[in-house]
Design a protein around this ligand. Structure first.
Ligand SMILES: Nc1nc2c(c(=O)[nH]1)N[C@H]1C(S)=C(S)[C@@H](COP(=O)(O)O)O[C@H]1N2
Ligand SMILES: [Mo]
Length: 322
């Protein structure tokens, strides 16, 4: 993310030039998959990998209902979404996660949901996915470094999952924890951040309909480098809130620690709402470069999701509570 040794290249000069946006290809493919599903042959097609766009044998096709929260903006190329990543457990360069995350074992996978709730549970990924309807949500995503993407996530509404655990009135925040296994994650030994990576949301933020537990993108299970098998997506916040490879979700009474706040509290606050009016101490947040584009664009308050989330922060001084 944002270390002195890896200063973000705000001009995006490290990003390969755009090719044709594969949006139409993707949409065609979805229609083919839908037709295949109707004909009852989707399982065998998916298992045979005939439709895999990543070439990864492990990628499985996912389908879900289209969400009304989706943007209609052109999608970022699948290749860019899956090869330009921040996942420090696999190294600090944008190209490290795709190169190194093959060693992450995502099956079997268990997510523990506990803390201040009446129905704590430890569930397999399959059980988790059975707890809520899968949706496709095309979200704008904005990294604190100044780049953005439009990503077609497949995911479960976080609120639906959290409600199954029946949080008590003591549950004021939700704390998330990533896997931290140095045997699978070679970047951990570099000790750039403290591991496990941790993140948190206020309970009302977590329950907001925009909050998503993503399990896939571009109609397939998540590639490891994007946080397989399950990661958080909160599109009105900077990318680092989107904690990857989640093993634990916990209801807590006080504001939980978060990885980047711990690393540099002056630079990264708990809330981390996208806000063009609050500069990062080392650079402006007023504009961003959409990966695949050349002209910088204005960054929008709450990344353009103000209608859904601005009321969560009414009365708060967002200059101080950044
Ligand atoms: N566990 C973990 N989660 C993480 C990170 C990380 O280093 N470790 N990086 C964050 C940052 S800075 C960003 S911008 C997003 C990037 O997600 P993407 O690679 O899927 O675009 O993941 C976030 N989640
Ligand atoms: Mo980020």
């Amino acid at each position: 993310m944002v270390l002195l040794k890896t200063q973000p290249r705000l001009d995006g000069s490290d990003i390969p030039g755009s090719e044709i946006t594969p949006q139409s290809t993707y949409r065609n493919r979805r229609e083919i998959l839908a037709a295949a599903a109707k004909a009852g042959i989707i399982g065998s097609l998916a298992a045979g990998g005939l439709f895999s766009m990543t070439g990864k044998a492990s990628a499985k096709a996912l389908s879900g209902s289209k969400s009304a929260f989706s943007t209609t903006e052109p999608l970022t190329r699948q290749k860019d979404i899956t090869s330009y990543n921040n996942f420090y457990e696999f190294g600090t360069d944008k190209s490290d996660p795709v190169a190194n995350a093959g060693s992450l074992v995502t099956s079997p996978w268990t997510v523990e949901i506990g803390g201040a709730c009446a129905n704590p549970m430890k569930v397999s990924l399959d059980s988790l996915m059975a707890m809520a309807p899968l949706e496709e949500r095309i979200y704008r995503m904005r990294c604190v470094e100044g780049w953005s993407m439009v990503i077609p996530w497949m995911g479960l509404p976080l609120a639906a999952i959290l409600k199954k655990a029946q949080p008590t009135s003591a549950a004021k925040f939700v704390a998330f924890t990533s896997l931290a296994d140095p045997k699978q994650m070679p970047g951990i030994k570099e000790k750039v951040l403290q591991y496990p990576y941790v993140e948190g949301l206020r309970i009302d933020e977590a329950m907001n309909p925009l909050s998503l537990l993503a399990v896939g993108l571009y109609g397939e299970t998540l590639p490891n480098q994007n946080g397989a098998p399950v990661r958080l997506v909160a599109p009105w916040k900077y990318g680092f809130k989107g904690i990857k490879s989640i093993v634990k979700i916990s209801f807590v009474e006080t504001m939980p620690p978060t990885s980047w706040n711990r690393y540099a509290p002056r630079e990264y606050g708990f809330y981390s709402n996208v806000n063009p009016e609050v500069d990062h101490p080392r650079w402006s947040q007023k504009t961003e470069r959409r990966i695949g584009e050349f002209t910088r664009r204005q960054t929008l308050a709450f990344n353009g999701y103000g209608e859904q989330v601005a009321s969560l922060y009414s009365g708060m001084d967002l200059m101080k509570l950044f």
